[in-house]
Design a protein around this ligand. Sequence first.
Ligand SMILES: NC(=O)c1ccc[n+]([C@@H]2O[C@H](COP(=O)([O-])OP(=O)(O)OC[C@H]3O[C@@H](n4cnc5c(N)ncnc54)[C@H](O)[C@@H]3O)[C@@H](O)[C@H]2O)c1
Length: 384
Amino acid sequence: MMKKKEINIGIVGARFMGRAHSNAWYDVKQYYDLPFTPVMKAACDIDPASGTAFAERWGWQGFEDSWETLVARPDLDLIDICTPNKQHMPIAVAAARAGKHVICEKPLAMDAGEAGQMYRAVRDAGVKHMVAFNYRRVPALVLARQMIKEGKLGRIHHFQAVYYQDWLVDPEFPWVWRHDVTLAGSGAHGDMNAHTVDLARFLVGEIGSVAGDEHVFVQERNRPDGRGKGEVTADDATSFMVRFENGAMGSYTATRFATGRKNYLRLEIFGSKGSLVFNLERLNELEFFSREDQGSLQGFRNIMVTEQSHPYLSKWWPPGHIIGWEHTFIHEMGDFLTAIAGDEDIQPSFYDGWRCQQVLDAVSRSARARTWIDIPPAPITSDK
Ligand SMILES: NC(=O)c1ccc[n+]([C@@H]2O[C@H](COP(=O)([O-])OP(=O)(O)OC[C@H]3O[C@@H](n4cnc5c(N)ncnc54)[C@H](O)[C@@H]3O)[C@@H](O)[C@H]2O)c1
C-alpha cells in the first residue's frame, strides 16, 4: 500500500481544550477520508510536568515547554492553539509568519485590535486559518442554517440566545486565569457569548448595534496557591440586546451564575413562517414549528438529527445512535484538514473571529457607557 503524505501537527495548551482537540486529532483519520495522515507530532505547555504526561497519554510524539520553540520547528505544518486567550495573538502571528496553518480556540483574541492583527498575519502569510467555534459543527445547527437559507422560517424577527453555567455561584470556587481581564480579555462574555455571537452570524446575519450590561457578583476569590485573594476583574455575567443589519431583534445572556445549569446553551429563532429551538444539552435534536402545518395538529415537532441524510451523520452511526459534544471537534479538525488538502478557505476563519470580537468589544463598551453602540464597519474584508 502506498504511504500517504503526512501533515505534522503541534498543539499548545495541555489542559481542557488540549484534551478535546487531541481526542479529535487522534480520531479524525478514522472518520474522514483524508489525502494525508495527520501526525500528532508535538505538544507544548508551560507546565512541563503535566504537559509531558499529557503528551504521553494522548499520543503526541514529543513535548516542548516553550511555544516559541514549537512554532519555530521546521518539521511542523500546523499549529493548534489551546492556551488562555492572552497567548492566542503572539502564538498565531508567529505561527503564520513561520508558514504554518493555524487553528485557534475562541475567543480569537483579547480584543478586536489583536484579532485584526491575527487576521492580517494569516492572510499575508497565505496559510489556512480557523477559529474553533465548534458549535458551528453541531449537525442540528448546520441543519438549522440550511432550513433558514431554504426560507422555512421566512423573515427572521427574533434571535434569543442564553448560555448558562453555574461554576462560579460557589463563592469558594478559587481564582483562575478566567477571572483576570488582563489574561482573558473578558469573562463569561468572551467565553460564552463569543459562541452565540458566532452562531448568530452563522444563522441570522451580521449584528448592526448592541446595548449591553455586565456584572461581577463576587469581587475577589481565594488564590489556589494559598497566596491570599485575587481580584475578579472579568465579568461573571453579561447580557445584551442586539439589532441585526437585516432588522431582526436579538437578546443574549451569558452567565456563570445560573444555579443548576452546567453548560446550557439555548437558541430560539422566530420567523414569519416558522421557528427553531436548539438546546446544547440535547444536541441531537432540533425543534421546529411551521405555520404551514394546519389545524389541530399544529405544534412544535422534534427532529432527531441522526439520519444519514443529516449534516455529518453519514460519518457516524445508524439513525438514533446519538453523537456528543466531542464529535463537533472531530468535524472541526476533519473539515480543516480537508480545506488544507483542497487549498480552500474555511469558516469560521480568523475573519469571523475578528468580526465576532468587534461585537464583543462593542457590548463591553456599551455596558460601561450605558448606551447603544453601532458595530464599526469592517476596515478589512474577508478573503471571500
Ligand atoms: N470551544 C469551546 O467550547 C471551549 C471551551 C473551553 C475553553 N475554550 C477556550 O480554549 C482556550 C483554553 O481554555 P482551557 O479551558 O483549555 O484552559 P486551561 O486553563 O484548561 O488550559 C490552558 C493550558 O494552557 C497552558 N498555558 C498557559 N500559558 C501558556 C504558554 N504561554 N505557553 C504554553 N502553554 C500555556 C496552561 O498551562 C494550561 O495547561 C481558551 O481560549 C478558552 O476560551 C473553548
